[in-house]
Design a protein around this ligand. Structure first.
Ligand code: XMP
Length: 506
């Protein structure tokens, strides 16, 4: 088990993902909530930070209970911190160092640089530089601009690097992490999907025993994998509920329900479409839509859960990025849209919570799902927002608009699959705009709806680029939509990236 201390860098989660890719389990803690009991940890990584060690608001940590006791890898801010407060010197650098650089010196016979190419490319992102190494510091590597790009501390297993090994542009970054964790710190590479499934099933059996568990399935990857894991652990004591809010994709409710039953899950489908749509009548504001959908979902779920006797646990498909307590950095609040499915259900349900995936990243959930034999198509599904099509119908929602958007979305998604493009896209969907435009069909003038198609590439939804879908494909899909979907006479393609746009339009 590896401990990663977060000082607010945007890259901290990336470090964790790289460590996990080495089949090594790791956890992220904020620098100021470092666990006091370190007995289960084999190594510590100190992350980067947007702060400067020289400024008054530098983030401080007492390393006395770690240094010399556990192997440490200090990255960027971590490397500067070790230097600045242990007898070295950090100064503002003449040039801000961002982007690619190449190692120009590597100390010979260092385990840390084993199998690393001599001119290896590394990714720099800092504006301070380490002028003098800390007491007992030994230089391990330099670049043309950065003299002390890597160092170690004699007499300790403490290593420090100025560049970011976790970023793909650091070509040998993963090798260095492996050298540090496996060769130097001798951490075992035993965190595999199979091992996770075995451990998790055992833990669930111990935790839940013969109790009954209720779980809300959404059709998405996380809730599905959570359900299959629980099903493996406790079988018929797992009760799944799949609610149709009337804002799912075309035929999604029926198809996915069928799939769940085929997987042997004990699932009840509840069609509450009319109830949701009735509550949403005339509602235009997106945040109000989200709140209503969140509330009605809880009501429906609560009613269904009460029909089950003696349920004591609520299972959720929460994953690691939702639970990592992050170090807040100055700047605008990260909450731009409220995501109704984060935060769970209200206290009045009085159920104990079980979250089998809470330590996994999304890609790990997919790998665990594959190990469990879940269909690859289901595991590869694009993310779909909890409020569904409601936030892709701009303005007030009507059953007719839902029908139009479902048809359009279906043509687009099927088209992506047929043209082998679906898996190249992180998320795709269609948006129904609240404007009519003039068209001509045959000899007749039309005045009908405009739809926008959106397809983005992303890794986590935090940033996204629009996908350069082939023109021929867009032409074909546009024709098909206009010819087949009554009520639409114009199709546009969204070419905005996030930021400054967001993925959804509402
Ligand atoms: P934005 O529009 O914020 O979307 O760039 C980022 C990701 O979040 C999804 N999204 C939501 N998911 N409830 C959800 O469960 C919501 O209210 C919600 N709003 C946006 C969006 O589909 C994208 O994957």
């Amino acid at each position: 088990n590896v401990l990663i201390l977060d000082f607010g860098s945007q890259y901290t989660q990336l470090i964790a993902r790289r460590v996990r890719e080495l089949n090594i389990f790791c956890e992220i803690f904020p620098y100021n909530h470092c666990p006091t009991d370190l007995s289960s940890y084999k190594a510590v990584i100190l992350g980067g930070s947007p702060y400067s060690v020289r400024s008054e608001d530098a983030l401080h940590i007492d390393l006395s209970h770690i240094r010399g006791k556990l192997p440490i890898l200090a990255v960027c801010y971590g490397a500067q911190y070790l230097a600045h407060f242990s007898g070295g010197e950090v100064a503002a650098s003449n040039i801000r160092e961002y982007g690619r650089a190449n190692l120009s010196y590597i100390k010979e016979n260092e385990l840390f640089f084993e199998k690393v190419n001599f001119h290896s490319q590394v990714w720099m992102s800092h504006s301070d530089t380490i002028k003098h190494l800390p007491t007992n510091g030994v230089k391990l590597a330099s670049t043309n601009d950065v003299e002390n790009a890597a160092y170690k501390i004699e007499g300790e297993t403490t290593y420090a690097i100025q560049f970011h090994p976790e970023v793909y542009h650091s070509t040998d970054g993963k090798q260095m992490l492996e050298n540090f964790l496996v060769k130097i710190a001798q951490v075992e590479q035993s965190f595999t999907p199979n091992a996770f499934v075995d451990d998790c099933v055992k833990e669930l059996q111990e935790k839940v025993g013969n109790d009954k568990v209720v779980l809300g399935l959404s059709g998405g990857v996380d809730s599905t994998v959570a359900a299959v894991l629980l099903n493996k652990a406790i079988g018929k004591n797992l009760y799944c509920i799949f609610v149709n809010n009337g804002l799912l994709r075309k035929n999604e409710f029926e198809n996915v329900l069928h799939q769940y039953k085929d997987m042997g899950l004990n699932v009840k489908g509840v069609d509450a479409s009319e109830r949701f749509l009735a509550e949403l009548t005339d509602v235009e504001d997106p945040e109000t839509k989200r709140k209503i959908i969140g509330r009605v979902f809880v009501e429906v779920f609560d009613e269904e859960a009460h029909l089950l006797k003696d349920v004591s646990w609520l299972a959720q498909g929460t994953i690691y990025p939702d639970v990592i307590e992050s170090v807040s950095v100055k700047g605008p609040s990260a909450t731009i849209k409220s995501h109704h499915n984060v935060g769970g259900l209200p206290d009045f349900m009085k159920l104990k919570i079980v979250e089998p995936l809470r330590m996994l990243f999304k890609d790990e959930v997919r790998r665990v799902g594959a190990t469990l034999g879940i269909d690859a198509e289901l595991l590869g599904r694009h993310p779909f927002p909890g409020p569904g099509l409601s936030i892709r119908i701009l303005g007030a929602i009507t059953p007719e608009k839902v029908r139009i958007l479902q048809e359009v979305d279906d043509i687009f998604i099927k088209g992506l699959k047929e043209h082998g493009l679906y898996d190249k896209v992180w998320q795709a969907g269609a948006i129904l705009l609240p404007v009519n435009s003039v068209g001509v069909m045959g000899d007749e003038r039309t005045y009908e709806k405009v739809v926008a198609l959106r397809a983005v590439e992303s890794t986590d939804g935090m940033t996204a680029d629009w996908v350069h879908l082939p023109y021929d494909f867009l032409m074909k899909i546009s024709n098909e939509i206009i010819n087949k979907v009554k009520g639409v006479n114009r199709v546009v393609y969204d070419i905005s990236s996030k930021p400054p746009a967001t993925i959804e339009w509402e």
